[in-house]
Design a protein around this ligand. Structure first.
Ligand SMILES: Nc1ncnc2c1ncn2[C@@H]1O[C@H](COP(=O)(O)OP(=O)(O)OP(=O)(O)O)[C@@H](O)[C@H]1O
Ligand SMILES: O=P(O)(O)OC[C@H]1O[C@H](OP(=O)(O)OP(=O)(O)O)[C@H](O)[C@@H]1O
Length: 239
């Protein structure tokens, strides 16, 4: 059996993943037409390239259908309950950087911190009779972060895209989304709450703790050597 390596199937994440492996002596290439999701790996025997949506790679790792996968650390933490039990982080890859942050309208002059947001949320509920709405697709990470900081008087509304527009559209009062340059926030007259981001994400090479490694162990050892990866202690049981 081959070692299955999942890599994002399009866009910058795909190109930068290919470059990252190429720089380390492993050639990944799409095969077939531009729209065909097939690929090849050269440089190590017994490795098969699986092209997948970045957001599906966490689930495939947790199901053990791929052995290794490249995706954003935000997507793994958001998609997998107890993520560290399902996957191991083998290497941060230094691209795909994005911060998951909370932002409010710049006109909210009294709200700069999470404590301010907590106070504003209580006042909002008293005034409007419903909880302040935070639009996001990162439900798990936002809930955990707000719980850890003692903020409770809010509700999440789901937004799978164009999240910064929800405030203008009056479907939310605040947003939690990823930002890289901050341009989308600025264009929508939003400011980031002070303090550490909810998560600092980057593209990361993950290994499945669920996949059957037995027959793929030899390829993993070769890969680890070539990519100079340190495998977590006891990662390769004789399964
Ligand atoms: N400016 C950015 N905008 C969007 N995603 C970014 C940005 N910078 C880094 N990323 C990261 O890229 C990953 C998402 O990539 P992408 O949008 O290709 O995934 P996807 O949701 O699977 O896409 P699709 O479902 O359209 O195939 C996340 O880990 C995210 O943190
Ligand atoms: O800080 P910036 O550099 O402006 O980048 C942040 C924006 O990029 C992402 O959106 P994406 O382009 O993936 O579209 P989406 O809104 O459909 O998720 C993210 O959701 C922000 O909206």
């Amino acid at each position: 059996m081959t070692l299955k390596l999942g890599v994002p199937s399009k866009g910058r994440l795909m190109e930068q993943s290919f470059d990252w492996f190429t720089e380390r002596g492993l050639t990944l290439a799409r095969t077939g037409s531009a729209r065909e999701y097939a690929g090849a790996v050269e440089g190590v025997d017994g490795v098969e390239l699986v092209l997948l949506s970045a957001s599906e790679i966490p689930r495939e790792l947790a199901a053990g259908r791929i052995h290794l996968g490249v995706t954003g650390s935000d997507l793994v933490r958001e998609s997998l309950p107890d993520w560290a039990a399902s996957v191991a982080e083998l290497a941060p890859m230094g691209f795909g950087n994005a911060d998951l942050i909370l932002a409010v309208p710049v006109t909210w002059v009294d709200v700069e911190t999470l404590d301010d947001l907590d106070a504003a949320a209580a006042a909002f509920r008293a005034r409007h009779g419903f909880r302040l709405r935070i639009a996001t697709k990162y439900h798990r990470l936002v809930r955990e972060h707000l719980r850890a900081h003692g903020v409770a008087d809010y509700q999440l509304v789901d937004s799978q895209g164009a999240t910064e527009g929800t405030i203008r559209n009056l479907t939310a009062e605040a947003v939690a989304d990823i930002t890289t340059t901050g341009e989308t926030l600025r264009a929508n007259h939003l400011k980031i709450l002070q303090g550490a981001p909810i998560h600092r994400s980057q593209a990361t090479l993950f290994a499945s703790r669920i996949a059957l490694w037995g027959p793929a162990s030899a390829a993993l050892k070769q890969l680890a050597h070539k990519l100079d990866l340190a495998l977590p202690d006891g990662f390769l049981p004789n399964r």
